[in-house]
Design a binder for this molecule. Structure first.
Ligand SMILES: NC(=O)c1ccc[n+]([C@@H]2O[C@H](COP(=O)([O-])OP(=O)(O)OC[C@H]3O[C@@H](n4cnc5c(N)ncnc54)[C@H](O)[C@@H]3O)[C@@H](O)[C@H]2O)c1
Length: 188
């Protein structure tokens, strides 16, 4: 049985939407009718995905965003509101990982992994919550990972960050459910 999801009229932000799972997610959301904001620190890739969506008749803008910077995630949300009038869906997809034994990792390595993977989800969610709470509608989807549940060697800090995102997902869902905002995690 075919399942059709109709997201016409909805506005969605995908962080790290310039490539990989983020790009595919953005294309699927656009196919379902959503208007997209492709947020990525790699502006050229975000522009390419936005153009691809517009080329297929959809609505999309690119927003150069480093999710480790709270003010840039606020700007990302302002850009989505200016272009599409609402922010209904946020997909916290941007993440990075250092593949090394923990004993070989530097504080700079784990600072980067935690900042992008965990703080990125916090910053983007915090920025998107204001319009979502005002609208009394929101859907936040956090990309998590089995690494955060079982713990992966060579990916210790990424495992810690994703475990943090999973706990954040559950805790935030309990806080904002009363505003008709759901918060879910997807582990590819
Ligand atoms: N690929 C997998 O097998 C897998 C498995 C489990 C979970 N995941 C999760 O799925 C998500 C996507 O994975 P992927 O393999 O497509 O990743 P990817 O590395 O292919 O793409 C990540 C994107 O995030 C962007 N990005 C990196 N740092 C950023 C920052 N500071 N600000 C904004 N954008 C930034 C990159 O430019 C890139 O476009 C991640 O959250 C990852 O942890 C992936």
């Amino acid at each position: 049985m075919a399942v059709t999801i109709d997201l016409s009229g909805k506005s969605a932000i995908v962080t790290g939407g310039g490539r990989g799972i983020g790009r595919e997610t953005a294309l699927l959301l656009a196919q379902a009718g959503a208007k997209l904001t492709i947020a990525d620190m790699d502006e050229a890739s975000a522009q390419r995905v936005a153009e691809e969506i517009r080329g297929k008749g959809g609505a999309a803008i690119a927003a150069r965003t480093d999710v480790t910077r709270a003010e840039e995630t606020q700007q990302m949300v302002r850009a989505a509101l200016a272009a599409h009038g609402r922010v209904d869906i946020l997909v916290n997809n941007a993440a990075v990982w250092t593949t090394k034994l923990f004993k070989d990792m530097t504080p700079q390595d784990y600072d980067r992994d935690i900042r992008v993977t965990l703080y990125g989800a916090l910053n983007s969610s915090r920025a998107a919550l204001d319009p979502m709470m005002e609208q009394k509608y929101g859907r936040i989807v956090n990309l998590i990972s089995d690494a955060g549940r079982i713990g992966e060697p060579y990916l210790t800090v990424y495992s810690a960050a994703k475990g943090g995102v999973a706990a954040f997902t559950k805790a935030l869902a309990k806080e904002v459910g009363r505003y008709n905002i759901t918060v879910n995690g997807v582990a590819p």
